[in-house]
Design a binder for this molecule. Structure first.
Ligand SMILES: Nc1ncnc2c1ncn2[C@@H]1O[C@H](COP(=O)(O)OP(=O)(O)O)[C@@H](O)[C@H]1O
Ligand SMILES: CC(C)(COP(=O)(O)O)[C@@H](O)C(=O)NCCC(=O)O
Ligand SMILES: [Mn+2]
Length: 910
């Protein structure tokens, strides 16, 4: 998989920047640390392996130009220079739209550093990929075109060479063959209708797959493989549904495309098309166009948002003189007859507002489909109905109307659910029908969804990945943003509290604006990382929820929005300085700030736009955005300086610890971890604090304030497990996984001494660190050098590091020339598979999963890993969660305490 470094200009890679002197002259810590010694190569940033996204730039915008009128609402942007190592393409060519799903692979170029080699050896991992066939990392992209503009689609396929080497049942990476026998999987009527055109224009044959087969395969894949794919939508409120895979079947699948298919699904490949209706998406768009003269589907939909169907529809009250027909349960505002009022002889089409017509039509069709769906669910006793197809278009009013019809007629017995990849079911199904590519049994933890830089912006059909010239990408973005800075919500939501407009008759969600088509695809690129695994020590992966704070509470979202916005200027300064403060870095910094702010604004308007949103997702998005603008380690010099300053005082600390008895030492060690967790450049309050003293001064101050009891204080139970009570001496843990957090004092003066204590007691220690940088968190790549430096002052660490293969050179040569490990308990380092300050334990690196197999103690450290995520996580083994709370609101909310309070939560296994 691609690493963050490899698309980088050589000058930006590697060690550059390490020798930079203090970049921020205002930072007292930096200036007066006195120990910074910026010349030393303490924690070199070498190439990096990557697990999650690779953060490969998404778009090649070089030579990008806006085609047609710049003032147009959705100008097509031509990106002539895109290319990628495309593997698979599948199509669904419908009556209205062509849907494309394609997979782009990236090479595994991860650096096989000494740490990795030795870890793989120790953990018995060959290449981290234990499938019998090579499922390679890559990305799944989703694109759509209007069928009437099929030439645009062909141009797109051609420009990206998506059709090259597409051989039947043979993934591209197996084939060097020419294009002669190239075959692309396709479904939908257009697979027949346009077969000749594809042959003629691209020289490829379309391998036709049955449409119903594909719809079902696509739906089953999404429902099984994508977490939070399905959601309910009632009265403007979207809620993601966690489906139990064992209870998925049977269900009714209703695909609302041009026409509507209703399919009873009983299992994989087991289904029956039980009904359908010809009143569907094509009907709305076709009739709507005739009646309103709209030029596009979106325009028609947008009109509906300003409409009042009361002028078009005949209501019960119109018939009953303003009264309810209560005997059969119909209120005066119930629609008695859609379009019933237009029978008036005094009025012509021109006398009706197009807005009202559009709304009335939309309501009529959505309601009708909902009602027929319910009847079919009733026929077969089905409780769940999933709706797909592009008619829905993530539109709140449409979904509310359908949900209402299902809910009303079934008296709440049946439930309408929608799919985030609504329109791509058929195309995904066609994609799955390629055999032997191994993508058919993907699991949720192997897919990571990413929203690239362009995602939050309105307008512009920006097509496809990757990026060549960053400069041009930025200038494109600057130009683009000048034109369209307005951010609009894709799914207009009714403001809370406007419900009850007279009951079910009038669905509630209507809004002012409609997000334009390009960004209305509320789906990101799916990054496939086959090496990701579920952390094996989770007590119950099914019920595990990483986020402690879910941002569905709007005031919570507002708070974090403000915090992150306020932090942005400082972050940009750091990022720009980390790249030498050049003009290019400044431009990139500016572009990053715009992109991230735009993502934030979009999420404020539509918190569910990118799926279920928790604080961890927001913090991760920030890191991803930085990487997208090629800031691969914004805090690298800060980290280096703090490592050096801390390593310089480590020997004194170790001496002090060694002079204590075991009990005092254990307490001092835990205090030390909590105290040193204060060095967190992601916290506004802490950054302000750093202006007030050197890192050592702050560390000392923090340690001196560590009086127990801490706000959450399970230390006594932990101590008893470690040291026993009375004469009883408990067995030491076999292996401890220490999830480390920040660089500098945090890891050097906090976690390393704790690791050393465990080692001394005979417990193997695995330091678990990020695969990619995030804020000032230490990475797995940096740790071996830090450990090696610390080991110079400590025999325990040195022997353990040698035994763990961290200090390779020091190993003893045996007679046969191979290196022999010493018999001491090992200290190891593994990467966690992520590049965020938080951790989702459902998606960790295979080496961490392997290391976890023998572990019986997990120590999570820091706010991101132990509080924002995993505070409520339950483990199969003993777990210790240690953090200093460096945010007032979180302290109040989580532990009813104050900023700088500490958490020592110990949960023994049962
Ligand atoms: N940009 C668009 N252009 C045309 N129709 C659209 C557009 N976006 C959404 N639609 C709606 O989606 C329907 C097509 O849905 P889709 O699932 O693609 O079906 P099909 O396979 O029949 O083309 C259209 O009839 C229309 O109601
Ligand atoms: C990003 C963080 C989770 C990192 O904390 P850590 O895991 O290093 O303890 C933390 O800095 C944070 O929650 N910051 C929020 C912003 C603020 O309080 O200013
Ligand atoms: Mn951190």
């Amino acid at each position: 998989m691609a690493g963050p470094g490899e698309n980088l200009h050589p000058e930006l890679r590697g060690l550059k920047g390490l020798n930079q002197q203090a970049e921020d002259k205002n930072q007292h810590v930096d200036k007066e640390g006195g120990l910074s010694g910026g010349e030393r190569d303490m924690a070199p940033v070498t190439g990096n392996s990557i697990h999650r996204s690779g953060s490969r730039p998404q778009l090649d915008l070089s030579k990008a130009e806006i085609q047609g009128n710049f003032e147009e609402r959705d100008p097509t942007i031509l990106l002539p220079n895109q290319s990628d190592d495309i593997s698979h393409l599948a199509l669904d060519i419908g009556g209205s739209l062509i849907k494309l799903v394609y997979f782009s692979r990236h090479e595994d170029q991860s650096v096989d550093d000494k740490r990795k080699r030795s870890m793989k050896q120790r953990l018995g991992l060959s290449n981290g990929n234990r499938r019998s066939y090579p499922v390679l990392g890559g990305r799944l992209h989703f694109v759509k075109f209007e069928t009437s503009k099929i030439n645009e689609c062909l141009d797109f396929i051609h420009s990206k060479q998506l059709h090259r080497g597409a051989c039947k049942d043979l993934p591209h990476w197996h084939s060097d063959s020419a294009n002669e026998n190239a075959v692309i999987k396709a479904t939908g009527g257009g697979a027949y209708k346009f077969a000749d055109l594809f042959k003629e224009r691209l020289g490829v044959s379309l391998d036709k797959e049955d449409e119903m087969d594909c719809l079902v395969a696509g739906a089953n894949f999404l429902l099984k493989a994508i977490r939070h794919e399905a959601f309910t939508h009632m009265e403007g409120k979207k809620e993601f549904v966690q489906l139990d895979h064992n209870e998925l079947f049977p269900y009714l699948l209703v695909n609302i495309g041009s026409g509507v298919s209703m399919i009873k699904v009983d299992g994989d490949g087991k289904f029956q098309r039980v009904s359908g209706t010809n009143v569907g998406g094509g009907t709305y768009w076709g009739l709507g166009r005739l009646l309103t003269k709209c030029n596009s589907f979106d325009e028609l939909l947008e009109l509906s948002q300003k409409g009042d169907n009361g002028t078009i529809d005949m209501l019960v009250g119109d018939i009953y003189g303003g009264m309810d027909y209560s005997k059969i349960g119909l209120s005066a505002s119930t629609i008695a007859s859609s379009f019933g009022k237009t029978i008036s002889v005094n009025k012509e089409l021109k006398d009706y507002r197009p807005e009202d017509i559009s709304l009335s039509l939309l309501r009529m069709i959505s309601y009708n489909i909902g009602q027929i769906s319910y009847l079919n669910a009733l026929r077969f006793g089905l409780k769940r109905i999933f709706f797909g197809g592009f008619f829905i278009r993530g539109h709140a009013y449409t979904m509310d109307t359908i949900s209402f019809a299902v809910q009303f007629w079934s008296k709440g017995e049946a439930q309408a659910m929608f799919l985030r990849h609504e329109g791509f079911l058929g195309a995904l199904g066609a994609f799955m029908s390629y055999e032997k590519h191994g993508l058919d049994d993907l699991l949720a933890h192997q897919l990571v969804e990413r929203f690239p830089m362009g995602a939050p912006y309105t307008g512009g059909k920006v097509h496809g990945p990757p990026l060549g010239d960053l400069n041009e990408k930025i200038s494109w973005m600057e130009k683009f943003l000048q034109k369209r800075t307005e951010i609009t919500a894709p799914v207009p939501m009714a403001p809370p509290g406007t419900t009850g407009l007279g009951g079910f008759e009038v669905p509630l969600s209507k809004g002012e604006t409609l997000r334009s088509d390009a960004s209305a695809l509320n789906v990101g690129v799916l990054h496939l990382v086959p090496t990701l695994e579920v952390f094996p020590l989770l007590a119950d992966p099914k019920t595990y929820e990483p986020n402690t704070i879910d941002l569905s509470d709007h005031s919570e979202l507002e708070y974090w929005f403000t915090v992150l916005s306020e932090h942005l200027a400082d972050l940009v300064d750091k990022a720009v300085a980390s790249e030498g403060g050049t003009d290019d870095a400044k431009r990139r910094g500016n572009a990053f700030a715009r992109a991230f702010s735009a993502h934030l604004r979009r999420l404020m308007e539509e918190p569910t736009a990118y799926g279920k949103l928790g604080l961890a997702n927001l913090l991760e998005l920030r890191e991803e955005c930085l990487r997208e603008f090629q800031f691969f380690d914004a805090y690298r010099s800060i980290k280096q300086r703090e490592n050096e300053a801390s390593l310089a005082v480590l020997p004194d600390l170790l001496l002090e610890l060694d002079s204590m008895n075991e009990e005092a030492r254990l307490l001092t060690l835990i205090e030390g971890v909590l105290a040193a967790n204060i060095f967190d450049w992601g916290s506004r309050a802490c950054v302000d604090l750093y202006h007030k003293g050197t890192i050592i001064e702050i560390y000392r101050m923090s340690r001196n304030k560590m009086q127990r009891p801490w706000r959450v204080d399970d230390f006594d139970v932990f101590r008893e497990r470690m040291l026993g009570s009375g004469d009883e001496r408990p067995l030491p843990h076999k292996r401890a996984l220490l999830f480390v957090d920040n660089s500098g004092a945090d890891v050097v003066l906090g976690m390393l001494p704790l690791a050393r204590e465990l080692l001394r007691r005979g417990t193997e220690v695995v330091l678990v660190a990020n695969s990619l940088p995030a804020l000032n968190d230490v990475t797995a790549m940096e740790l071996p050098d830090i450990v090696a430096e610390a080991a110079k002052h400590c025999d325990i660490l040195r022997r353990a590091a040698e035994a763990g293969g961290l200090i390779v050179d020091a190993m003893i040569d045996s007679a046969d020339g191979s290196k022999e490990r010493s018999c001491f308990v090992p200290l190891m380092v593994v990467e966690n598979g992520c590049g965020s300050p938080c951790i989702d334990l459902r998606q960790v690196s295979s080496e961490l999963a392997a290391a976890a197999k023998d572990a019986d103690l997990v120590i999570l450290e820091g706010m991101g890993r132990a509080l924002h995520t995993n505070f409520n996580a339950k483990f199969k083994c003993d777990a210790l969660k240690l953090a200093m709370v460096k945010n007032q609101r979180l302290a109040e909310k989580l532990i009813k305490g104050n900023i700088y309070d500490c958490v020592c939560r110990y949960e023994p296994s049962h």
